[in-house]
Structures are given as structure tokens and as C-alpha cells.
Write a protein of this length. Structure first.
Length: 160
């Protein structure tokens, strides 16, 4: 069984989302004109371009309706009793550093532009649409991110 997962989905028609008991979710609009979410009880919101996002309970009855045609969304899900998640949508201009502890993970999704990711031993080029999972080896590991564009960063830590 998974503690967290990330995926990209195409949504081509209106309909309900799957229910996931004990799961926290975050959806981020990647492409398209937008998506309206109806999250019970009585909570409505819209994911609008560019890169609108929403966090919600996975067990909540949720349905989606397209604003103007097909959309592509990034879905992040985690078990709230096992994982704490924090996320940021940030511009990447120059260099940014993240420090990853051995029991944590950082996810990096390039929304626009490009990013070089390196831990001192290797450096990888990521383009728009690419995702990387940054971990630590024996101890705290420094990862340098540099490039130009926009990124979605997620930090996943064990729940207390």
C-alpha cells in the first residue's frame, strides 16, 4: 500500500472523483481552461489557469465540471496519518537550494521552462512536464535547482 503518490490525469468530461478514505489530496491545473470542483458539503471552487490548485479531503464526495473543454491536472495524494505534505508554486530564476533529510522526500514538477537538478554528484536537466523525486542518502542532502521557469515543489515528511 502506498503512503503517497503523484500522477497526471486527463479529464475529458464532467463527473465524480474517486473517494479515498484517510487520504488528503491536492489537484493542480496543468493545461486547459479550467475545472470547477464541487466538494461536499457545499464547498465549490475552480482551478483556473495558470496553474490553479486546491487541497481537499480524499473521502469528501467530489465532482468536477469542465469550464471549456479537456484539462490536464496533476494529482498529489498522501495518507494523512502517515505523511505531512507542504507544497509551493514558485518561479525559478537562478539557483534555489533544498535540503532533504533522510526520512523526507521532495517532489519537483517543472510547470514551465527548465530546471537543472543536482546533488553534488550528478546533475539532470528537467523540462516542462518532467517530475523528479529528491531524496537523501546517509544524511541530509543538498540539492541545487537552477534554471528558468515555474516549478511546483512538494515536501513530504513523516507524520508526527
Amino acid at each position: 500500500m502506498w503512503d503517497w503518490r503523484i500522477s497526471i490525469a486527463d479529464i475529458e468530461c464532467d463527473g465524480p472523483f474517486s473517494s479515498f478514505a484517510g487520504i488528503e489530496r491536492e489537484c493542480l491545473l496543468l493545461r486547459g481552461e479550467g475545472l470547477r470542483l464541487q466538494i461536499e458539503p457545499g464547498d465549490a471552487s475552480a482551478l483556473l489557469p495558470p496553474f490553479g490548485r486546491r487541497r481537499f479531503d480524499g473521502e469528501a464526495a467530489t465532482s468536477a465540471s469542465l469550464i471549456d473543454g479537456r484539462v490536464e491536472v496533476l494529482n498529489l495524494m498522501w495518507r494523512r496519518d502517515r505523511i505531512r505534505a507542504a507544497s509551493w508554486h514558485r518561479p525559478l530564476v537562478g539557483t534555489m537550494v533544498v535540503f532533504v533529510d533522510p526520512d523526507s522526500r521532495w517532489l519537483l514538477h517543472v510547470l514551465a521552462g527548465h530546471a537543472y537538478v543536482g546533488d553534488g554528484e550528478a546533475r539532470v536537466l528537467l523540462s516542462a512536464g518532467d517530475t523528479a523525486c529528491l531524496g537523501a542518502s546517509d544524511g541530509r542532502t543538498r540539492h541545487a535547482l537552477d534554471g528558468g521557469g515555474e516549478i511546483y515543489l512538494v515536501r513530504l515528511d513523516p507524520a508526527d
